[in-house]
Unconditional design. Structure first.
Length: 156
């Protein structure tokens, strides 16, 4: 139970950092371009990740992984930066439109939940198969309804 609580707090912190990243990236996109801001965000992210990797490797005495051996994973496992780059790019464009930060993030959450359910149902990307039921669809409807309220609730 404590681990679940800790994981939940980490997820909330990750969501807050995601909102901060999207906001700062969208402001940079307004001043430059969405493509440049995405490139810069990933360049800075790569440098920070390299520093964290170096620190973790130094603290663990030469191994930053948890027993995983580089080269033993399928090549597509290493391609996670591609959807990440498009996420940053699309979010910068959406936030600078009529959605605002909260509306864009709310709809991004809808997309995440729907993709997660599709992945669960079909076992995509090595996700364990899980039957999607009517409760899951009700959850999607609730998240979508909340997103609509966020987008149109504060409109003047």
């Amino acid at each position: 139970m404590l681990r679940q609580f800790k994981d939940g707090l980490l997820a909330i912190g990750g969501g807050a950092l995601l909102a901060l990243m999207i906001d700062s990236n969208s402001q940079l996109a307004m001043a430059t371009s969405p493509v440049f801001s995405s490139w810069l965000a990933h360049g800075v992210g790569a440098l920070v990740a390299l520093m964290v990797l170096s620190l973790a490797t130094g603290l663990r005495g030469g191994s930053a992984s948890r027993g995983a051996q580089p080269g033993h994973s399928p090549l597509w496992f290493y391609l996670g930066g591609i959807p990440g780059a498009f996420t940053v790019l699309l979010a910068a464009v959406a936030v600078n439109g009529r959605l605002s930060l909260a509306g864009a993030i709310a709809l991004m959450m809808v997309g995440q939940v729907v993709f997660g359910l599709v992945s669960d149902h079909f076992g995509l990307l090595r996700v364990p198969l899980r039957r999607v039921g009517s409760r899951d669809l009700l959850v999607v409807l609730c998240v979508l309804s909340g997103s609509v309220m966020v987008i149109f609730g504060g409109a003047r």
